[in-house]
Design a protein around this ligand. Sequence first.
Ligand code: SF4
Ligand SMILES: [Zn+2]
Length: 398
Amino acid sequence: MSAEFDQALYLVDGRLAKIRGLVPRRLFDHDKVAEIEINDFFYEGKAIPRVMVVLRSTGCQHYADHQGCSMCAHYDGTTETPVKTESYLKQWQSVVDGSAIEGAKRDTFDINNYPILCLYNLGSLLNPEEVPPEAVREIFRSLNDLPRIKKTIIESRAEYVTPQSLQNIRDVYFGTVEVGMGLESVNHDVRELCHHKNMPDLEEFDQAVELLHDYGFKALAYVNQKPAFLTEKEAIDDAVATSIYALEKGIDAVSIEPTSIQRHSLIDFLNKRGLYRVPWLWSMREVVRGIYDRIGEDKQIDLRIGGYFDENVLSGSQGVAPGVERNEIFPLTTSGNCPECNPRMIEAIKEFNRTYDPNVLYLQPECGYCYSDWLKDISVVDKRSIPQRIIDTLGSRT
Ligand code: SF4
Ligand SMILES: [Zn+2]
């Protein structure tokens, strides 16, 4: 890599270390789940309810090794000491028997009523250092007793998708399992500097997709929309190119993840200083349009926009950290246009997620208040290299 790249990476590393140093003590109960949420999901041609369970977990290895990704603040919701197998299984049991549900819904909750289960751990469920393989195996073994769950979605960095981690599940469970992996950007400098992903070689991702298919899993790619240091237009083009790359590699589904402002992230740091704006919802529409333009309108693909589902939080108050009003894993701000058109655009994105029909986005009329601002934003050009932008932005800050 060039000296410029090395200097930029050094600056991002250093800034992230300072930001993470501001996170308050993370003294969570290891036996209580971080969150349970119900939302609508599109599956086999129709919208159905899915249950999302966020396990209170040890946390992403990437934080421990390299301060994590620049847009992510999952660190805030994870524990200071490793969560043991026994605690993971207690958490899971409290979901299965409904005792983790708060309020009146506790009596009627039955996880078996939700055909889609998202089982997240704010990191990689397939990393044995984060979730012991025994815990993973026991949880998947128990899914055999919940036959109305048709598909389980988990998350992992590509490097932990190994024959061992997949076989560990396949030894006990043969149902449909989808593994979501952060691809973020197909562009090396964007991925390594702007996202701070630490996945320098895309071969790692490509191999993970192949391996998942070999073991009968489905592969989902997360594509971050608008990392730090890109212009609005560059971010649109980058998300389109990255999604196309993933589809060409045989991915089963793509989830575009518009950047939200999460406390104690580099994005939050830049946003507070007027150096970052969340992606416009008009840009989300362009990303969808760009992808369909490339693959053809008539092609059926599993393309989602992450974070835009009607949600009903059933449990989460256990996760409130001292001094924080909302559950620590909720973002401070999500992507948006202006107050005038946000409600209808958000509804249109949710409708897209329910129907996979891009026309619900294309048919949205321009907004008299903000559309011209967005046009101005997408005409901004930055001729500097990505490393240079980072050096200019972070180099002079203490
Ligand atoms: S985005 Fe994923 S890989 Fe990156 S720090 Fe967050 S949990 Fe870890
Ligand atoms: Zn508007």
